[in-house]
Design a protein around this ligand. Structure first.
Ligand SMILES: [Zn+2]
Length: 190
């Protein structure tokens, strides 16, 4: 049904505009005195007016976000395993909600802790927003502190890292590295 809005129920800016609507919408609008039936022909298929009407209808069905989506970064500590993680989520509810990084902040080289650059932590949107976002430096710093200071369960690889650190530096004395498994981090501190 092609109608002319005279008293649109929620968007007064539509008053005076014409719209193609389902019969049920027209019947409701008629009941409440919100619109009149237009008897003039609809815009000709493919004409400028037709295109404008199509675009207006499309905007109404698919409202675009007014602002760019925002990524919120944070540090979360696991409820049960007490493990810190870097988390991120997009302000768009249709986007990636499960982003987390809970890997190590350092590697072991020559019996020493060498900080790992965490620049590879990048949030990529699944909401269609084109620009990925790098983890903010401040979040990385907080995560380093939480990872260093926390007492949480380690993965086997992390256990090996800590075991390597605990070895005596004397290279003549070989210490077998074994997969210690999931152990409390504090047990390996020296
Ligand atoms: Zn997003």
């Amino acid at each position: 049904m092609y109608i002319l809005w005279t008293n649109h129920p929620y968007d007064k800016s539509k008053n005076g505009t014409k719209q193609d609507v389902p019969r049920s919408v027209w019947e409701s609008a008629k009941t409440y005195g919100q619109a009149e039936l237009v008897t003039e022909p609809r815009p000709r298929y493919g004409s400028t007016e037709w295109m404008e009407a199509r675009q207006a209808a499309s905007r109404e069905l698919n409202p675009q976000p007014r602002t760019d989506p925002r990524v919120e970064w944070g540090i979360k500590i696991g409820t049960f395993n007490k493990r810190p993680a870097i988390t991120a989520s997009c302000s768009n509810p249709n986007c990636n909600r499960n982003f987390r990084y809970e890997g190590p902040t350092f590697k072991v080289a020559g019996g020493r802790k060498v900080p790992l650059s965490l620049d590879f932590i990048v949030f990529t949107h699944s909401c269609g927003y084109a620009f990925p976002e790098n983890v903010p430096a401040q979040v990385v710093e907080e995560y380093r502190k939480a990872y260093a200071g926390g007492n949480f369960l380690l993965t086997p690889d992390e256990s090996k890292m800590h075991a390597a650190l605990a070895q005596p530096g004397d290279s003549n004395k070989r210490v077998d590295l074994v997969a210690i498994g999931y152990v409390e981090k504090g047990q390996l501190e020296f």
